[in-house]
Design a protein around this ligand. Sequence first.
Ligand SMILES: CC(C)(COP(=O)(O)OP(=O)(O)OC[C@H]1O[C@@H](n2cnc3c(N)ncnc32)[C@H](O)[C@@H]1OP(=O)(O)O)[C@@H](O)C(=O)NCCC(=O)NCCS
Length: 226
Amino acid sequence: MRRKLSRLTTLNRDNAPHLFDCFLNLVRETIHSCAARALAHWWRVEIGSNSRFFGLPIFRRLPGSSIRIGDNCEFRSGEWSNLVGINRPCMISTLTRSASIVIGNDCGFSATVLGAATSITLGRRVMCGANVTITDTDWHAIDWRDRLAGKPGETAPVVIDDDVWLGMNAIVLKGVKIGRGTVVGAGSIVSRSLPEGVIAAGQPAVVIRKLAPAEAREAVLQGMAQ
Ligand SMILES: CC(C)(COP(=O)(O)OP(=O)(O)OC[C@H]1O[C@@H](n2cnc3c(N)ncnc32)[C@H](O)[C@@H]1OP(=O)(O)O)[C@@H](O)C(=O)NCCC(=O)NCCS
């Protein structure tokens, strides 16, 4: 045991790059978490306690709209902050004065875009893999005449329940509801709602198999809390 511990703590040529990287990330996290909180304060984005930022996110909140982030969330925006490959910072924006974004506790985001014209609601422990996009609007009207006239695109609320995991590069489109515990495969496009407790993948995403039932997950969570 002691030998194992000393192998971990003694600085040598093998572990030096890793330990230095851990130290650097700790420094970055501390600085970026302070700066991100200041940014959130400036944009009047509400953030609960203990959220951590690795790289600076982009917040844009239109006056009148609301962005609320729960406790213990994690935002990875620097390209160094997730080795699965991040190609942009986290961007959280409301596009109309009546829009709302609500993020539950313990969620994780890597280079995730959340853009709301109506509402985007995320439950607890939602994991968004690298470069995931979630939007409740088409951003532009389908008819070119409407685009010329400056009319907005179609919008419909998005709801993502507790314990959903969105694989890297997934895109969630307007009007979608994703049920508890569902996993969405990498690169999928979710254009229609998905039930709870399944794995779904593809373009458009379809259910490929069922996962363990929700009651089992609840029991595990209760056991972990004790
Ligand atoms: C969702 C995922 C975890 C499912 O893994 P799995 O249960 O082992 O699934 P399988 O590999 O057995 O695939 C089952 C079927 O779904 C298909 N499939 C799996 N993932 C897919 C995807 N992302 N897009 C399209 N089809 C997919 C497979 O081709 C296979 O089809 P088949 O039965 O016709 O051969 C995995 O596919 C995935 O996306 N992993 C990446 C997660 C990720 O993004 N991690 C990093 C960031 S957090």
